[in-house]
Design a protein around this ligand. Sequence first.
Ligand code: KG4
Length: 327
Amino acid sequence: MIQMTKYFMGIDTSAYTTSIAIIDEFHNIIFDERSLLEVRQGDRGLRQQEAVFQHLNNIPRMIDTLSNKIELSKIKTVSASVKPRNLKESYMPVFKVAQGQAFVISRILNADYKEFSHQDGHIAAGVLGSSFNHKGPFLAFHISGGTTELLLVEDNIKSYDIKLIGGTKDISAGQLIDRIGVKLGFGFPCGKEMDMLSQNGNIINKKLPINTDDTWINFSGAESFFYRLIEEKLYNNEDISNSVFHCIANALANVVIESIKVYDINDILIIGGVAANSLIRQILNQRIYESGLGSIYFPIAEYCTDNALGTAFLGAIKRGEKSFGGL
Ligand code: KG4
């Protein structure tokens, strides 16, 4: 009897993007669609209710595209990112959309239903989209719009065991980028555009505020520093963007090097939207290489920014929570 290929579907509805993905049992990508939420010019993000509304409008259109492209009967598992982190109290309204839609789709398709966290999805996407092949615990640096967290990660049957061991004590790397970007007049989120501009820029001739202590970072000093710089009008957007990424990359590198020493783990996976940045990748790679202490892995850029590939992949390899919101 010919065995039919099995598909694993994932849905992620973050504060930035509606994502739906399908992978097969060999982890090939069958479908990967993302819709960046629309933010008004000058705004620094969306209120949760606005993001929920956009997800509710995006999903039917994306499911319609999907149903015209793939054989739905092959979907054996539907997984959702249902909360930001793998913690009991972790909650954000946007993820309720993925949770509800994935559950309904699973019941209609008579497929399994699994729940994971958005952060688990980012880690899994990092594993799927890189040559990272850890044995035992590893370090993951999650650098996104709302998160800059250094994590000690161990695999378990359900998903990952995660311990927070460092990161930002105030704003996230993504917030720093987006706040400066909006001040410079870019549309939110600004990282990608600033990334491209920074490649034609140079680091400014001033001491950059890189504030780290042990495995922790403060970015708000850098925020005030760059706001002042923008008001001075002495530097162009290319140089400001280039310097912002230098500042972030060096802060991240200080903390990664410190954590390798403290935890004696030398495999580090970098994940999240900010990890797509060319200059940050280059500087982090160079600093970790020069330290001679560890090996750093970056997924290809499409696996860094929000996606549902990680959630789909988790559905294929992990048990997750199998009931709807603990029902
Ligand atoms: O992981 P992500 O897509 O969404 C979540 O936070 O969950 O990260 C979004 C953040 C935004 O701050 C965006 O400006 C930033 O990632 N970002 C980038 C780049 N692409 C996205 N930052 C720097 N360079 C990029 N190429």
